[in-house]
Design a protein around this ligand. Structure first.
Ligand SMILES: Cc1cc2nc3c(=O)[nH]c(=O)nc-3n(C[C@H](O)[C@H](O)[C@H](O)COP(=O)(O)OP(=O)(O)OC[C@H]3O[C@@H](n4cnc5c(N)ncnc54)[C@H](O)[C@@H]3O)c2cc1C
Length: 524
């Protein structure tokens, strides 16, 4: 058995922020199911929204967030996070993150603009901000004597008081599969943090890396936490459409810097869908592209920035330029073929401003959580900010807490299970689930489609749970069990919403109700 003061599950920006803030005074175990840098955080391109410029204001950033969130953001959360934005960026700069400089600007840094923001307020490291941040923080994590980093460890389930036959509702750590040794390890901790990211892989097409399988949402739900706003899945309007490129995002900043969306014949179409044209919020752009693709029977549309000087494009989008060029697309000369894809999970485990869930000893930070910041639609570049601000608040709360003595925790019992007989069950069900979600729970929804999806999910769920109770766990089985659980939560939440709001668009209920409510599901 392994024992830590704090167990952190996930090594994206949320997990790294927590580990670094806690490690000065606590022994931290940081487990991650692939390597340290693999997670959505490392793929973030655009940047981090923060109020840094004297022309900008906290109030305006809050206002932009509330408008994007379509009436159901939690205003207190929004204010708290925006008010702490400068402090979060100062922390990253002090740690050495190489943000793109602009000596002519009062801050010394280049600030870019993204859809839904009324100001240039996105600090970035060219077009590979996430990688710059996680690489810098990752080096500190690896060098810290109080952080034990366990790569290739996938958490299976939380160790709860209910599992131990104890009173109350508390978490005491987690069981995890050490993938290389192929054995299940017990990890005991006074505090456990889910920093396991979102659930984009529940859909067939996604910008998310393979790690985004909703593990934390499903584990937290099984442990007794409420989930909120799960129907709000953000579809990024512009994922590169190319047979040899998996999940490559064409950043919002390309539209921010003047990129124009066109049909393959060159016709610009955004102005007829929204007066903000290419700078409209993501959901509006994604729905417009979906509409045009369905209307004209297209496989993709085009995003054109080629009219800008080649030097400008190469300087601002070196990563996108290089990636496209490798595939034979020179974005300084020709438009980029793009399609929408599942991008961000706005909902998650309900938490307060300190990252606390409903279950004692359990915190959730980052994309796995629902703090109320994003409401019905996330404003671009607010999510990395949330990871850092709530991560620091959670760390402070944990540092101020009094210690508990851990109960006896039994080892994982796999005496009743055998080796899997037919692994095809996993791969088949995985494909079926993701396709059903794409076809029936996508950008435009109807009651009939949602019910169809739920029927299939229920069947898959029975089959997967039966498989889980008979066979040894594997990485794919753990992920599939969590994906099907998360899919169910998305569909059940979508069925409860009798209106269209933010990212949830239903043909059966095209109007928005006068008063917006969060959707909250409570486990039995
Ligand atoms: C392509 C792309 C571009 C983006 N661009 C931006 C942007 O410009 N600005 C912005 O603010 N946001 C952006 N986002 C969103 C943002 O990157 C994410 O919301 C944010 O990084 C989430 O951080 P996180 O720490 O919560 O999760 P992640 O960074 O996804 O990290 C999750 C971690 O948990 C681990 N994990 C998951 N399950 C388990 C388990 N069972 N056991 C052990 N470990 C587990 C994963 O391996 C990973 O290490 C982008 C997202 C994508 C995909």
């Amino acid at each position: 058995m392994l024992k830590f003061d704090v167990l952190i599950i996930g090594s994206g920006l949320a997990g790294m922020t927590l580990a670094l803030h806690l490690a000065e005074r606590r022994k931290v175990g940081l487990i991650t199911k692939r390597d340290l840098l693999e997670g959505s955080s490392s793929y973030a391109q655009g940047g981090i929204a923060a109020v840094l410029d004297t022309d900008d204001s906290v109030q305006e950033h809050i206002q932009d967030t509330l408008i994007a969130g379509a009436g159901i953001c939690n205003e207190e959360t929004t204010r708290y996070i925006v008010e702490h934005s400068k402090e979060a960026i100062d922390w990253l700069i002090a740690l050495g993150v190489p943000f793109t400089k602009d000596e002519t600007h009062e801050t010394g840094y280049h600030l870019t603009r993204e859809g839904g923001h009324s100001h240039r307020r996105i600090i970035h490291a060219a077009d590979a901000t996430g990688a710059a941040v996680t690489t810098t923080l990752g080096q500190k994590i690896k060098a810290h004597p109080n952080i034990t980093l366990l790569e290739d460890y996938i958490a299976i389930d939380l160790i709860t008081s209910a599992k131990l036959g104890l009173e109350g509702q508390r978490v005491y750590g987690a069981y995890a599969l050490a993938k290389q040794a192929d054995e299940v390890v017990t990890i005991a901790a006074q505090h456990t943090i889910l920093a396991s990211g979102g659930a984009g892989k529940v859909y067939l097409y996604t910008t998310n890396p393979d790690t985004a399988t909703g593990d934390g949402i499903a584990m937290g739900w099984r442990a007794g936490c409420r989930v909120g706003n799960m129907e709000f899945i953000q579809f990024h309007p512009t994922c590169l459409y190319h047979p040899h490129s998996k999940s490559f995002l064409i950043s919002e900043a390309v539209r921010g810097e003047g990129g124009i969306l066109r049909l393959p014949d060159g016709t610009r179409f955004m102005p007829k869908h929204d007066p903000r044209a290419e700078l409209a919020p993501r959901d509006v752009v994604a729905r417009a592209i979906d509409f045009e693709m369905k209307k004209h029977g297209l496989d993709c549309v085009h995003l054109d920035i080629s009219y800008k000087p080649a030097s400008f494009i190469k300087e601002h989008f070196p990563n996108i330029y290089a990636h496209c060029l490798e595939l034979g697309i020179d974005i300084t000369q020709q438009p980029i073929p793009v399609v929408p894809a599942a991008h961000y999970t706005c909902g998650g485990l309900v938490t307060d401003l300190k990252g606390r869930t409903d279950v004692e000893g359990l915190y959730a930070v980052g994309e796995v959580a629902c703090t109320g910041l994003h409401g019905a639609n996330r404003l671009a570049s607010n999510s990395l900010l949330e990871c850092m601000v709530i991560g620091k608040a959670a760390a402070e709360h944990i540092l101020a807490a009094t210690g508990i003595s851990l109960p006896d925790i039994p080892d994982w019992d796999d005496s009743q299970v055998t080796d899997p007989d037919e692994e095809v069950v996993i791969s088949h069900n995985w494909d079926e689930l993701r396709r059903a979600m794409w076809d029936y729970v996508g950008i435009v929804r109807t009651n009939k489609r949602l019910e169809r999806a739920l029927n299939r999910i229920n069947l898959l769920s029975v089959e997967i749970n039966e498989y889980y109770s008979h066979f040894h766990v594997s990485n794919d089985l753990i992920e599939l069990r969590n994906l099907v659980q998360t899919a169910e939560l998305i569909v059940r939440s979508a069925l409860l919403r009798k209106e269209s709001r933010g990212l949830h668009y239903s043909r059966d209920y095209p109007n928005t109700l006068a008063e917006g409510q969060e959707t909250v599901l409570t486990p039995n």
